[in-house]
Design a protein around this ligand. Structure first.
Ligand SMILES: *[C@@H]1O[C@H](CO)[C@@H](O)[C@H](O)[C@H]1NC(C)=O
Ligand SMILES: *[C@@H]1O[C@H](CO)[C@@H](O)[C@H](O)[C@H]1NC(C)=O
Length: 323
């Protein structure tokens, strides 16, 4: 047990200089975690358990994959130097919200994948600079409402995924600017068909049946399970409750224990480098620096006491011989 741990510790301590350099590295060929295809200006950092976006992503990157990681927040400037991006994937992370203006520099972005996160809301104007966007995936989140006019600048959008969220309605006029839209997926939302706001969605679906996948799948969230398309003015006669009252439920209280457990075992990017360097499969088994120091001081202490003991024995033998 002592041997491998000590070897790992010595490697860790000796390679401190190497590591401070590796922290800077992005691409696998330089000791980083991401796969880089420089010809295609493409950086693939997906499925790496990242809790932070790697630094030093080249500013001419066009294709950036960050899906299937453990990102729980983004800095407002996360993508500000990456204005050449055309494709950005952030799906299957732990994002609960997006900072205002986070995508504002991505004027050439055509694909944005945000599905399979924990988003409960979107900042207003979040997509306003993405005028070239053709594909936007927001499905499998916890969106309870959409900001007014959130899609108004997306005149090139062809595909919009909103399925599997907590939407009760969409704001009046939400889809009116989407002249090129060819596919909208709306199913698995608890549409509230008892209040007036739903009538915009009903009329829009009615006018665009060919674009909505299974228009009948957009069903009301009550027990009757009526299709949104079938609601009458009489059904939707009441005023709607403001989204404010529904967003008041703290999401944190609904976090399952498994997620909390998982968070404890999150690893930071530098350690990932480490892990790769040492060839470890299980990052959790890698000794930390303090553990290393402890095991080394323990080891030294043991050696010292062995030496002292043998010195004492030798001294006693020497003394007895003399006598
Ligand atoms: C956006 O794309 C156009 C056309 O490909 C290009 O000329 C322009 O430099 C790009 N803008 C940025 C900020 O990369
Ligand atoms: C929601 O709450 C905010 C701040 O608490 C308020 O400014 C806004 O007017 C509310 N919106 C509605 C629709 O009630």
């Amino acid at each position: 047990m002592m041997g491998p741990v000590l070897a790992a510790c010595l490697l860790i301590i000796l390679s401190t200089a190497w590591i401070s350099q590796a922290n800077e590295a992005l691409c696998k060929k330089d000791g980083g975690v991401c796969s880089c295809n420089n010809n295609k200006n493409s950086v693939d950092c997906s499925s790496k358990r990242l809790t932070a976006i790697p630094s030093n992503i080249p500013t001419d990157t066009e294709n950036l994959k960050l899906g299937r990681n453990k990102l729980s927040s983004l800095s407002a400037k996360a993508f500000h130097s990456l204005s050449s991006l055309t494709y950005l994937s952030l799906f299957n992370n732990k994002l609960k919200s997006l900072p205002e203006g986070v995508f504002d520099q991505l004027v050439n972005l055509t694909d944005l994948r945000l599905y399979q996160n924990q988003l409960t809301s979107l900042p207003s104007g979040i997509f306003d600079k993405l005028t070239k966007l053709t594909d936007l995936r927001l499905s499998e989140n916890k969106l309870q409402s959409l900001p007014h006019g959130v899609f108004d600048k997306l005149t090139e959008l062809k595909t919009l995924y909103l399925f599997n969220n907590q939407l009760k309605s969409v704001p009046e006029g939400a889809f009116n600017s989407l002249e090129k839209l060819a596919l909208l997926q709306l199913q698995s939302n608890p549409w509230d068909c008892s209040c007036k706001d739903i009538l915009y969605l009903r009329d829009w679906i009615d006018d665009n049946k060919d674009k909505v996948t299974g228009a009948q799948d957009a069903a009301c969230g009550d027990q009757q399970s009526k299709a949104v398309l079938e609601i009458t003015e009489k059904d939707a006669a009441s005023d709607c409750v403001s989204p404010n009252t529904t967003t008041a439920i703290p999401i944190g209280t609904m976090t399952p224990a498994s997620v909390i457990y998982d968070d404890i075992h999150e690893i930071k990017v530098p350690q990932e480098n480490f892990q790769k360097f040492l060839g470890y499969q299980e990052p959790d088994h890698l000794p930390t620096q303090p553990q290393c120091l402890m095991s080394i001081s323990g080891y030294l202490g043991l050696m010292m006491s062995l030496m002292l003991t043998s010195a004492a024995i030798l001294y006693v033998i020497h003394f007895l011989k003399k006598a």
